[in-house]
Design a protein around this ligand. Structure first.
Ligand SMILES: Cc1cc2nc3c(=O)[nH]c(=O)nc-3n(C[C@H](O)[C@H](O)[C@H](O)COP(=O)(O)OP(=O)(O)OC[C@H]3O[C@@H](n4cnc5c(N)ncnc54)[C@H](O)[C@@H]3O)c2cc1C
Length: 420
């Protein structure tokens, strides 16, 4: 990893670069291992240069905001952490429009809006994330969410290209967005608010914050609600109903104050936290039939599924544990308007995924992965190949990632031959 630090220094002398970083210091859970290298871009252009360098040198990276919804495993992360923080936190107001750098914290963004007499971001005043993380997660509370106020986000794609995505294009849903699905990085976001009375706005913010202090275990490190709200239920209620309040493993515990929070009671390792999560999921499922899904992102070697797409007309990637051949799926290469595109384009994706075979293919790959995990006790490196490595393999890898985002996996996609 030393070489990436050297490359980054060569790339841009202004970048703040750190090596062998404790992720405890960068996450609100205050747990987990170390990252090999961390870099802090200071604007969209420096971010784009970092992404391009990573692509060119084949370096894995993970984007981190304020670390309030992530847990790094104890074995750490051996790629590059791109930390979007205080160096990208500018905020400006123009009438009822506020634009904020992705690194601006939500509480400061909310206060800034209040100071300008703008209403709409009160819900965010107690959410300890960054603006970029909030867009990626479509953060929300007390009936408000990012989706209600965002106009557009400036994003960097996996090739380092900067563009704007309007609200519709962001596909914001419950704790989900196109940002997570397509690995975009949010550089900044623009919000449309409503003129309001400063005093009333501030009263609303302090009411929300009082309610949080009353109900949530804010004196302990955590990542907020550990689980997503299952349709028709509240995760906290189900967990409490199963008698799990106070359930402990090592230093981690289901909060006595709010059962939806797993807290770091005392010097918890990531394993302690993951053990509590696994026990809660298991018990709730056995008792209620509801499978809880974690809202917290779990990052680490053990939880990372690496998928490499490739073309059979070039060589097979030798590192793969499993090879999936998708050459029997309908080929967009033979459709004139799709020929020069790739599986990263939505029309190619839709063309491939509209076939029944594609759906079956995803189901089969998931079963094979589970089978492999059962046997080998680790996640495989999965190779997905089509003829040229640009259309069908990329589409299937994207669709697989989408469906695996619901499990506790971080999915790392590498499209080896897409540019050929
Ligand atoms: C005490 C507490 C209370 C909370 N209450 C709420 C709540 O009421 N509502 C709520 O929705 N959440 C809540 N959260 C969770 C969390 O604060 C939100 O999910 C927040 O939006 C995460 O932002 P972050 O910057 O910390 O993201 P991180 O934790 O750093 O990252 C979360 C995800 O977003 C991605 N990401 C981060 N920055 C960017 C970026 N610039 N571009 C692209 N992707 C990015 C990461 O890769 C990761 O997948 C709470 C957390 C805590 C600790």
């Amino acid at each position: 990893m030393e070489h990436i630090c050297d490359e980054l220094k060569k790339l841009n002398g202004r970048l703040n670069i750190k090596t062998d970083v404790s992720m405890k210091e960068y996450t609100t859970f205050k747990a987990g291992g170390r990252a090999a290298c961390l870099v802090e871009p200071y604007d969209a252009a420096s971010l784009s240069d970092i992404v391009k360098l990573c692509r060119e040198k084949d370096i894995d990276y993970y984007v981190l905001g304020n670390g309030s919804n992530v847990l790094f495993a104890d074995d750490g992360y051996d790629g590059l952490i791109i930390h979007i923080g205080a160096d990208m936190a500018d905020m400006t107001a123009d009438g009822d429009i506020i634009t904020a750098g992705a690194g601006a914290s939500l509480p400061s963004l909310s206060s800034y809006a209040a100071s300008k007499g703008l209403s709409g971001l009160e819900f965010a005043s107690g959410i300890p994330g960054s603006t970029g993380g909030a867009v990626a997660m479509n953060a929300g509370a007390y009936g408000g969410e990012i989706k209600d106020v965002i106009v557009y986000a400036e994003v960097c794609d996996i090739y380092g290209n900067i563009s704007r995505l309007c609200a519709d294009e962001l596909e914001l849903g419950y704790r989900s967005s196109i940002i997570q699905k397509k690995d975009y990085i949010v550089c900044s976001a623009c919000f449309k608010l409503n003129a309001g009375d400063i005093k009333t706005i501030r009263e609303k913010m302090s009411d929300y914050n009082n309610r949080r202090r009353e109900k949530q275990p804010l004196s302990y490190p955590s990542a907020g609600s550990t689980f997503k709200r299952p349709a028709g239920y509240f995760a906290g209620q189900l967990i409490e109903q199963c008698g799990l309040k106070g359930y402990t493993s090592g230093g981690a515990m289901v909060s006595e104050k709010h059962a939806g929070f797993v807290i770091n009671k005392k010097d918890a390792s990531a394993k302690d936290i993951l053990d509590v999560i696994a026990h809660v999921k298991d018990t709730v499922y056995k008792n209620t039939g509801v499978m809880l899904e974690t809202e917290v992102k779990i990052v680490g070697k053990e939880n990372t599924l690496n998928i490499i797409t490739f073309g059979y007309k070039y060589e097979k990637p030798p590192v793969c544990d499993m090879m999936i051949d998708v050459r029997s799926l309908p080929n967009p290469y033979y459709v004139d308007e799709l020929k020069d595109k790739t599986g990263n384009d939505d029309d190619v994706y839709d063309y491939v995924m509209s076939s029944k075979e594609a759906e079956e293919c995803i189901k089969k790959i998931k079963e094979d992965i589970l089978e492999y995990v059962k046997k080998e006790k680790r996640l495989p490196i999965v190779g997905i190949g089509c003829t040229g490595g640009r259309h069908r393999s990329v589409t299937i890898a994207r669709a697989l990632k989408d469906s695996l985002l619901k499990e506790e996996y971080t999915v790392n996609l590498k499209h080896r031959d897409i540019d050929k």
